[in-house]
Design a protein around this ligand. Structure first.
Ligand code: MOS
Length: 732
């Protein structure tokens, strides 16, 4: 189905099932431990052996030699494959560096060997007996030092849309020089880890040339393509299966070493191999959100109209990596005639930087929305009013190109009302409760809404059961449930009559889970397949599909009615389709918006910050399931608190690795850190986004939160910290 004119009324609009706050259909499997995660697929391939990955102990240089003799003699060892056993493997399309093979070391904990043994302990023990002789070379590990000579580089975030290295509109320098009120500040964000609960893990099994990998991956079609390329296999000989994913956040968008080395280990051992990356390897062997240095300049008239806006971001990455697209929201969020955005990338020798939840906007807004707060302060304006004054309903870089929906002003106004913003003291440091300095902060949330094609297959059997198959993944987001809701609505059956099967590369290729595009696009693909299935049912009954009503488990036309199962017949019916997007997507700017409000207390003695209340008001098209959407947003808000207050991968700038590479040293917020969260979704449908009229919320919930926390800390204390995370040492 080609979607190229705005959606009109369709069966989804009935909202009998879609739009309802239904419990997750996969919830009971997860809470009873019967949902099989990658490392727990005991039944899929008999006689599984255990793999253990050895990571390089240097960040840059070469492997001269590896002595595996002692390891090979160790108890239970079945096979060892070292990086010197094979040339450097082909690089997958989404990988910045090769995942294995050859003598060259490009980053710390690059995989240098896989050991396969009868037990996990034996494999780990033997890996410790491998002697590696390295030729170490000096590397570039300090972003601040490398940033001084970083060239302009275009971006290509996970959505695959190219972002130019520099964008100019009007005359920024002239307008900034002439502006009566100015700001010129630099903000820094650290390297961050996805810190998913489930580490990267895979079980691989060969049958001749055919490889099956049971794994944990967000993007099945990318994984299949890149695994085939890396191992030199025909794509049709590779199958990937990932029905449950214990958190991804972008860390599992790509093929990583677990899948590749499970496959190589299995080939060498002649047995299926299961393997998980250890926590340190998750930090240093996979991808992370790269640190940024962001300079923002704003110029405004005395009455608060922005006349000049510049945002320049620098980040580091491996040679073939991309810069963090931290300036993307600045192109679209506020009006202003004279604009400059640019990205620089310093080539560095740290592990690969890549997409982490809301890549670009998450760190970008941590800078921009503090700058906006600072500018409001200089202007003597309320920061909510300053944002509203500079709202725009069209793309500020492309006049005339409108947003399909843009309710930022409504988000801010409703949020201010609901949060009690009127009680905020304008002067910072003036509200004290015992030892706590108390303050409120606000930030705008912004994340683009991305459209990408998505396919599904839907079957209807003689009992009236609808089965949906698509390679879409559920990374804890609720995909199973909203897909079931979509099929139930379209076919007029209760949700209990829908079976959803996900994550298998044998199913039609979906949008996958990334860039908050999963919900809208994958359900739109299911919608398209259901439209075809409805046509088949109508045809079988000899009725016009336009007259057919699918409701209460029946199909009706005029005064005829038949149970759906009977209409399908004993053989059942099956339909497959793909939703594809035409020019419509290009004619409108599609984005999602939020107002984030935070109240903090800062201990006047110790500088400790405690978040007291949080509110997000979101405008993101139709909300397919308010319960799972709320869970997405409160999880994202929690992640935003982590980004603001605790999360940072600490770089050892001598040896080039992330030191705090586990969940003890890398601090994410826990329940006790997050006392009260509220989420409001504005009533919105976006007929330009898809037949579902929905957009994404999973990343929007994070975008702006860090800045709202920082702004609240400033309101509480009068201290402006521009270097995240805002740990207590920076407040004393
Ligand atoms: Mo997201 S960073 O595209 O999983």
């Amino acid at each position: 189905m080609k979607f190229d004119t705005p959606a009109t009324t369709n069966p989804i609009d009935r909202l009998k099932v879609v739009g309802q706050p239904l419990d997750r259909i996969d919830g009971p499997f997860k809470t009873t431990g019967t949902a099989p995660y990658a490392y727990e697929r005991h039944g899929v391939a008999p006689n599984q052996a255990y793999g253990f990955v050895l990571g390089a102990g240097i960040a840059k240089g070469r492997v001269n030699a590896m002595d595996t003799a002692a390891a090979r003699r160790a108890p239970g060892v079945l096979a060892i494959v070292t990086t010197l056993d094979m040339p450097k493997l082909e690089k997958g399309q989404t990988n910045a560096a090769a995942l294995f093979g050859g003598a060259e070391i490009q980053h710390y904990h690059q995989a240098v060997a896989v050991v396969v043994a009868e037990t996990f302990e034996q494999a780990r023990d033997a890996a410790g007996l491998i002697r590696v002789d390295y030729a170490r070379q000096p590397g570039r590990f300090d972003l601040a030092a490398e940033a001084r000579h970083a060239p302009l580089v275009g971006g290509d975030s996970e959505e695959g849309s190219g972002a130019p290295p520099e964008d100019r509109v009007g005359d920024f320098e002239g307008a900034f020089a002439a502006a009566p009120v100015k700001l010129d500040e630099t903000y820094t964000t650290p390297d961050e880890s996805h810190a998913a609960m489930e580490p990267h893990a895979s079980i691989a099994a060969w049958e001749g040339d055919r490889l099956t990998v049971w794994t944990s991956n967000q993007m099945i079609a990318w994984g299949k393509r890149d695994l085939a390329k890396t191992l030199g296999l025909k794509p049709e000989n590779v199958r990937i299966d990932s029905p449950y994913v214990g958190g991804g956040f972008g860390g599992k968008l790509f093929l990583r070493a677990d899948a590749v080395l499970a496959a190589l280990g299995a080939k060498a051992a002649g047995r299926p191999v299961k393997l998980a990356l250890t926590r340190p390897l998750v930090a240093n062997n996979t991808t992370h959100r790269p640190a940024t240095i962001q300079r923002i300049r704003l110029g405004a008239t005395r009455d608060g109209k922005i006349t000049a806006i510049a945002h320049e971001s620098t980040s580091g990455n491996l040679k073939d990596g991309k810069p963090e697209t931290a300036v993307s929201q600045t192109k679209l969020l506020y009006a202003g005639a004279n604009r400059l955005t640019s990205m620089r990338m310093a080539e560095m020798d740290l592990p690969e930087g890549n997409a982490m939840r809301a890549p670009g906007e998450a760190p970008g807004l941590m800078a921009l929305e503090v700058a906006i707060d600072e500018m409001a302060e200089r202007l003597g304006m309320d920061p909510v009013e300053f944002r509203i004054l500079n709202d725009t309903q069209e793309d500020p870089e492309k006049p005339g190109r409108r947003f399909s929906q843009r309710q930022l002003v409504q988000c801010l106004r409703q949020g201010a009302e609901r949060f009690g913003w009127a009680n905020r003291n304008f002067r910072p440091g003036t509200r004290r409760e015992g030892r706590w300095l108390v303050g409120m902060g606000v930030a705008a949330g912004f994340r683009n809404n991305l459209l990408t094609k998505s396919a599904a297959r839907v079957r209807l059997d003689g009992q009236g059961v609808v089965t949906v198959e698509t390679d879409m993944t559920d990374i804890g987001t609720g995909s199973y449930t909203i897909i079931a809701q979509t099929a139930a609505e379209m076919m007029g059956v209760p949700i209990g009559k829908v079976v959803v099967r996900l994550g298998d590369s044998d199913f039609p290729a979906s949008a996958g889970s990334g860039g908050q595009w999963g919900a809208n696009n994958s359900t739109a693909g299911v919608y398209a397949a259901c439209v075809k299935l409805r046509e088949q049912v109508a045809q079988k009954l000899g009725i016009n599909s336009a007259d057919a009503v699918f409701e209460d488990g029946q199909v009706r036309a005029g005064n005829r009615a038949a149970p759906l199962g009977q209409a399908a017949g004993p053989e059942g019916l099956s339909a497959e389709d793909v939703i594809e997007y035409g020019d419509l997507a290009k004619r409108y700017q599609q984005s999602t918006f939020a107002g984030h409000f935070v109240e903090v207390g800062v201990d006047a003695m110790t500088g400790e910050t405690r978040v007291r209340r949080m509110l997000a008001v979101c405008a993101a098209g139709r909300i397919l399931n308010p319960k799972s959407a709320r869970s997405q947003v409160i999880g994202a808000m929690t992640m935003g608190v982590g980004a603001a207050l605790t999360e940072a991968l600490e770089v050892d700038t001598r040896h080039g690795f992330f030191v705090n590479h586990d969940l003890a040293g890398y601090e994410v917020p826990v329940h006790a850190d997050i006392p009260h969260q509220e989420v409001i979704f504005l009533d919105e449908v976006d007929p330009v986004s898809s037949p579902m009229k929905a957009k994404g919320v999973g990343e929007l919930g994070l975008c702006g939160v860090g800045a709202a926390v920082a702004n609240a800390i400033h309101n509480a204390t009068g201290i402006r910290v521009r270097d995240y995370p805002i740990t207590l040492d920076k407040l004393i």
